[in-house]
Design a protein around this ligand. Sequence first.
Ligand code: SF4
Length: 206
Amino acid sequence: MTTPAAQTSAAKPAGAEPYRLEGELPMATQAAVPFIEIETLRAREFIPAAREALSSLIAEQGQAKVIRPVFNWAGRNSLFPLHWGLACCAIEFAAAFGARWDAERFGVVPRSSPRQCDLMIVNGTVTWKVAHKLITLYEQMPEPKWVIAMGNCATGGGPFRTAYSVVPGVDKLVPVDVYIAGCPPRPEAMLDGILKLEELIRERKE
Ligand code: SF4
């Protein structure tokens, strides 16, 4: 059985303009934001709609303009943070994945190997003693990857800023994309930070 979209495509005369999914997929007529509405499709509609939309958009705009939004869409909806904790902020990190806040509904799933992660959430006090291990974990993560500094300690040393043993901000060690204020930040704040990161990934060009 063919889909309505496939039937319409088959009827297209040879040499005509690239097919547009008018009335079926509004995103095809909004080239500037081509993958917004596709996120609202039901699962069984997704694969045929995505195949048809991709073919149409690639024919219309060229491969370079289409592939980047697809990667950004996939990346921001399947973030895999590293499953680790440094200090008290890690308790809030853990709570965010419990039943009450359920961070996994945003596609955020902690993984225990840095080689399967694309997000490092630094959730506690970073000491100089652990600094080289943090850098090693970051370097083991594949590209593209992001870092969230969660809490005042990771952001700037927090209440231990003047201690000889504490790194005054994890940005001294790795590049930070999003900072979350608080001592500790609540799970809602962590979720807000993840949504901010998703906005950054949505705009990513490289
Ligand atoms: S910011 Fe506050 S709650 Fe978080 S690790 Fe530092 S002292 Fe603990």
